[in-house]
Design a protein around this ligand. Structure first.
Ligand SMILES: Nc1ncnc2c1ncn2[C@@H]1O[C@H](COP(=O)(O)OP(=O)(O)OP(=O)(O)O)[C@@H](O)[C@H]1O
Length: 212
C-alpha cells in the first residue's frame, strides 16, 4: 500500500496552512516535525477526512492510486494512533479489541486472542484496562488499530506520554508491526529521536503561510 498526497492543500481563513505533495511508500514513515500551530494535526485530519468546516481542502488523497478524497472517513480505512488514545474503561481488554472488528466477524474471539498473543499479551483478554502498565496499554491501542485492517497508519505523537526507555521500545514495536503489514505511516512528533528512529523523509514545514 502507498499513500499519496497529491497537491494537497488546506486553507484556513485565506492562509494556506498545509501544502503537501508527497508519496509515502509501503513500510515507510514520513515524519512531520513542524512547530506548534503549523498544521500537523490539521494535515492528519485532512487525510482521514475529519476536517472541520472552517477549513478548505484541495488536491487528492490516494491509497495505492485509488482516490479517497471524497470517501467517508470510515470507508477510507486509515488508522490513527494518538497521544491520548484511551482504552474504553468500561470494557475489558478483549472488549476494547473487539470494538475494532465489524459486528459479525467470524472467529472473533480467536482473532482477539491472536492479536494479544502477537503483542506479548496472551491471556490478557479479560483484564480491566486500568490494571495495565503504560506500555501494555500502548500495545493494546496499537493492536486495536491494526485489527481494523487499516491501509495506512497515522501517528499523532503517540509516544509522548511514555518515559524514555518505554518510548523507544513501543516506537520500534509500532514501526515493526506496521512495516510487517506494509503500511505507509505518517508520524507527527516534536522529538528528534522519534524522527531518527522513523528513518524516513522528514518535513519541518507544512504550508506556505503558517499561523502562529
Ligand atoms: N476548528 C478550528 N477552527 C479554526 N482554527 C483551527 C481549528 N483547529 C485548528 N485551528 C488552527 O489551525 C492552526 C493549526 O492547528 P494544528 O492543530 O493543525 O497545529 P499543530 O501543528 O498540530 O500544532 P501542535 O503541535 O501544537 O499540536 C492553528 O492556528 C489552530 O489554531
Amino acid at each position: 500500500m502507498s499513500l499519496t498526497l497529491q497537491n494537497l492543500t488546506v486553507d484556513l481563513a485565506g492562509h494556506c496552512l498545509v501544502s503537501l505533495d508527497v508519496t509515502v511508500k509501503r513500510g515507510e514513515v514520513l515524519t512531520l516535525m513542524a512547530p506548534s500551530g503549523a498544521g500537523k494535526s490539521t494535515a492528519l485530519a485532512a487525510i482521514i477526512g475529519t476536517l472541520p468546516p472552517a477549513f478548505t481542502l484541495t488536491g487528492r488523497i490516494l491509497l495505492d492510486g485509488a482516490d479517497m478524497t471524497e470517501v467517508p472517513t470510515r470507508l477510507r480505512r486509515i488508522g490513527l494512533l494518538f497521544q491520548d488514545d484511551v482504552l474504553f474503561p468500561h470494557l475489558s481488554v478483549g472488549g476494547n479489541l473487539g470494538f475494532a472488528l465489524p459486528p459479525r466477524t467470524p472467529d472473533r474471539k480467536a482473532r482477539i486472542e491472536a492479536a494479544l498473543a502477537s503483542a506479548g499479551l496472551a491471556g490478557f483478554a479479560d483484564r480491566d484496562p486500568a490494571t495495565l502498565s503504560g506500555g501494555q496499554r500502548a500495545r493494546v491501542a496499537l493492536m486495536r488499530s491494526l485489527l481494523a485492517e487499516p491501509r495506512a497508519l497515522l501517528l499523532d505523537e503517540p509516544f509522548s506520554r511514555l518515559d524514555a526507555g518505554l518510548r523507544a521500545q513501543i516506537r520500534s514495536f509500532v514501526f515493526d508491526r506496521a512495516r510487517m503489514l506494509g503500511l505507509p505511516m505518517i508520524l507527527v512528533t516534536h522529538d528528534p529521536e522519534d524522527a531518527r528512529a522513523a528513518a524516513g523523509p522528514l518535513l519541518d514545514t507544512l504550508g506556505r503561510s503558517p499561523i502562529h
